[in-house]
Design a protein around this ligand. Structure first.
Ligand SMILES: Nc1ncnc2c1ncn2[C@@H]1O[C@H](COP(=O)(O)OP(=O)(O)OP(=O)(O)O)[C@@H](O)[C@H]1O
Length: 279
């Protein structure tokens, strides 16, 4: 896991363009990633990974430690270059960081500028894109309200709890209405109760904004709770072991959903896939 920062890969507003029916937001075909290719210390992190994500879907990626989950997100986001294979974003081959992409990584502590107010942090991608000040202020208020922090604009990140800081980071990634939100272990650094709150927040954001989400997690239960589908990676160098449908409906509840027979059955199946020998 990289302790990378929260990044807004684009500062521009969503294009809002309508994709032709059946066009996935994200298409990953036979992706392979070899670090230090051609050198004696070359390392194949991803062998052959294919999957696609449709508009509005919530897809989680799980797999053993070192399977290449972070590497996969870095390739999808354009932050790392795949060695071979094809990546397409909204039907267009991906050659650089896509405009309509939001990224949220685990380490909110390093991701926010602590000498800027929360409002300024959230507005940075908009400022970079030249969104006028008044419009920027309106959007910052709107998105902070969306993540449940309507009163923190003039405070600084260090005045907030860890969970609140991660909400600010999420608000920043959402400020320009990305079509696809990529999240790498976004809730791994907070306590269990805050983690549940943030999971519910991201489900609400997804519902409110109709956003497409791809999230990497070590936590099988979290993956089931959040997902429409789960891509299970094998150990390193990774292949797709299975893509698991999660037919739990849209209305999920931290207690009732997690206690349901369907949830427990999926949990058993996923644990079998991730720890095939009961390790
Ligand atoms: N910049 C890099 N240079 C060389 N090798 C790397 C680099 N980044 C990652 N790797 C290697 O690629 C493999 C996959 O790493 P990655 O961080 O993508 O896995 P992961 O599934 O996210 O791991 P974890 O679940 O432990 O966070 C590992 O063997 C790692 O050592």
């Amino acid at each position: 896991m990289t302790n990378a920062t929260v990044t807004s890969a684009s500062a521009g507003p969503s294009t809002g363009r309508t994709l032709p029916a059946g066009t996935p937001v994200l298409d990953v075909e036979h992706l392979r990633k070899i670090y230090n290719e051609g050198k004696p210390h070359a390392k194949m992190a991803i062998d052959d990974v294919s999957f696609s994500v449709d508009k509005g879907e919530f897809v989680c990626i799980v797999g053993p430690s070192g399977a290449g989950k972070t590497t996969l997100l870095r390739c999808i986001s354009g932050l790392a270059q795949a060695s071979s294979g094809r990546l397409a974003f909204e039907g267009t081959p991906l050659t650089s960081v896509p405009d309509q992409l939001g990224l949220v990584f685990q380490d909110y502590g390093r991701s926010l500028y602590h000498w800027f107010t929360n409002a300024k942090n959230v507005g940075l991608p908009l400022a970079a894109r030249g969104v006028p000040k008044a419009e920027r202020a309106r959007r910052v208020s709107e998105v902070l309200a969306e993540v449940g922090l309507p009163h923190v604009e003039q405070q600084y990140p260090w005045e907030l709890s860890g969970g609140m800081q991660q909400r600010v980071a999420i608000a920043r990634a959402l400020s320009y209405h990305p079509d696809l939100l990529l999240m790498d272990e976004p809730f791994a650094s907070v306590d269990a109760q805050t983690r549940f709150d943030l999971e519910d927040l991201i489900l609400k954001v997804r519902r409110d904004l109709g956003i497409t989400v791809v999230l990497v997690t070590h936590d099988i239960d979290e993956a089931i709770y959040l997902s429409d589908r789960i891509v299970v990676l094998s150990g390193s160098p990774s292949k797709v072991r299975e893509v698991v449908d999660v037919p739990l409906g849209q209305d999920r509840d931290q207690v009732a959903t997690r206690a349901s027979d369907e949830f427990l059955e999926l949990r058993r199946h996923l644990l079998d896939l991730v720890m095939p020998h009961g390790a």
